[in-house]
Design a protein around this ligand. Structure first.
Ligand code: NI
Length: 175
């Protein structure tokens, strides 16, 4: 396994539409391993392939649960070619962040529940209902596969402000 570099705003690759994965090969499993290592190191709860410059429709996620003793149980999950089949009319608001937009958090409104279809690491197609943080996270990650960022869900004023801030930071870093 290896930690890969996470690309950040305003890197244009973040706007690419990722390609579907036709078969779950050993290379794809290796990519998933690297994505987990990169995600845990960051640390983050979700990562899309394009965030490590791999324009493939793959997402890693770990919404680890804390038990009564406060012990954190990891729940690593991989979603290949995930798609939303249906979404609730009811919306919910979560304070979102993104490893590609470091240290920026803003409330985003999305459907509270979604039904998702995806392929797992064994190549099996599955369907699942998501709610709460899971619903928000999978929608955020599927957006990445379509070149969409959570700041795109904000007002133009807020989005312009964050784009300007990161564009300026990138220019300073390149000097
Ligand atoms: Ni993100």
């Amino acid at each position: 396994m290896a930690i890969r570099e996470i690309i950040i705003l305003p890197d244009k690759q973040l706007r690419l539409v990722s390609r579907p994965i036709e078969t779950v090969t050993p290379e794809i499993r290796k990519l998933a391993d690297d994505m987990f290592e990169t995600m845990y190191d960051a640390p983050g709860i979700g990562l899309a392939g394009i965030q490590i410059a791999q324009p493939l429709r793959i997402v890693t996620m770990d919404l680890a649960k804390r038990d009564e003793e406060g012990e954190l149980t990891p729940r690593p999950r991989v979603f290949i070619n995930p798609e939303i089949l249906s979404a609730s009319e009811e919306l919910s608001v979560y304070e979102e962040g993104c490893l590609s937009i470091p240290e920026y958090y803003e409330a985003v409104e999305r459907p509270a529940r979604v039904r998702v279809r995806f392929t797992d690491l064994d190549g099996k197609v599955q369907e699942e209902d998501a709610e709460g943080l899971f619903a928000t996270c999978i929608q955020h990650e599927i957006d990445h596969l379509n070149g969409v960022l959570f700041v795109d869900h904000l007002s133009k004023l807020k989005r312009d402000r964050v784009m300007k801030k990161f564009t300026k930071a990138a220019k300073l870093a390149a000097r």
